[in-house]
Design a protein around this ligand. Structure first.
Ligand code: CO
Length: 250
């Protein structure tokens, strides 16, 4: 039922300062911005290849996203999967006894949306969205490829995502890891001890079409990052709390 990772949602203090990195330095085109009153946020979607990045600025300190910012700071908040019929998926998940935050779809920035309860997906907050029209691919120079998830028990978490959403497992060369295909993107589930004991979303992997130009923009903006050959890891202080791995190749 799932066609792709629609977006990764990131909580930020202010959209305007987050644009300075995600739009101006990383080069992700802004698709739209709106105030979503019932989620208590001002939200923006930026194109990232086959997927998008959603930035969420809380409007209030005392509800969901505002409390997240106050207690955990800026960083990854949820992942959204694109489905052709969110209402029928909710019916199916409810029949199977899956914990849902929304029993009926509602209007969100990505279209008709609904959230599962984080305990349904081992601490990962999952949103489902049926977008209003077909996705317009290919405007961005940087593409989202993978969401990295830390887990105390990789096998159990992988099996849960496979059972809930039908994601096929991809072969991996080594280690106690599991990679699940989601359209042209993927979820990479790793043992939490590899990622500082974090259970849940820990990082995004992206691919840059023009890596040297991106590195020039990093230098000009003073982005803090660990440079390798053909890959770079951005320090979360420069990317609003998100570990970003960006590579030159797939
Ligand atoms: Co979202």
């Amino acid at each position: 039922m799932i066609r792709r990772i629609h977006h990764a949602g990131i909580v930020v203090e202010r959209l305007s300062t987050a644009y300075a990195f995600y739009r101006d330095v990383l080069g992700l085109p802004l698709l739209r911005q709106a105030e979503i009153a019932d989620q208590g946020v001002r939200a923006a979607l930026l194109a990232a290849g086959d997927s998008e990045i959603e930035l969420l600025e809380p409007l209030r300190a005392d509800d969901g996203v505002g409390r997240f910012l106050a207690t955990r700071g800026e960083g990854l908040h949820h992942v959204c999967f694109d489905t052709p019929d969110v209402a029928s998926d909710l019916d199916d998940l409810a029949r199977r006894g899956v914990d849902l935050l929304d029993r009926q779809p509602r209007e969100g920035l990505a279209g008709r949306i609904a959230f599962l309860h984080p305990r349904a997906c081992d601490g990962v907050l999952v949103e489902l969205a049926t977008p209003p029209s077909h996705h317009d691919d290919g405007q961005s120079q940087v593409r989202l490829k993978r969401l990295v998830i830390g887990s105390r028990d990789v096998g159990t978490t992988s099996a849960r995502f496979q059972a809930l959403f039908g994601f096929p497992e991809m072969a991996l060369n080594s280690g106690p890891r599991s990679m699940l295909a989601v359209g042209r993107g993927a979820l990479l589930i790793v043992p939490d001890e590899e990622v500082g004991g974090i259970d849940g979303m820990v990082a995004l992997s992206l691919v840059a079409e023009d890596f040297p130009a991106l590195m020039q923009r990093f230098d000009a903006a003073g982005v803090k990052a660990m440079r390798g050959t053909g890959e770079v890891t951005v320090e979360p202080q420069s990317s609003h709390g998100v570990h970003l791995h960006i590579s030159r190749y797939e």
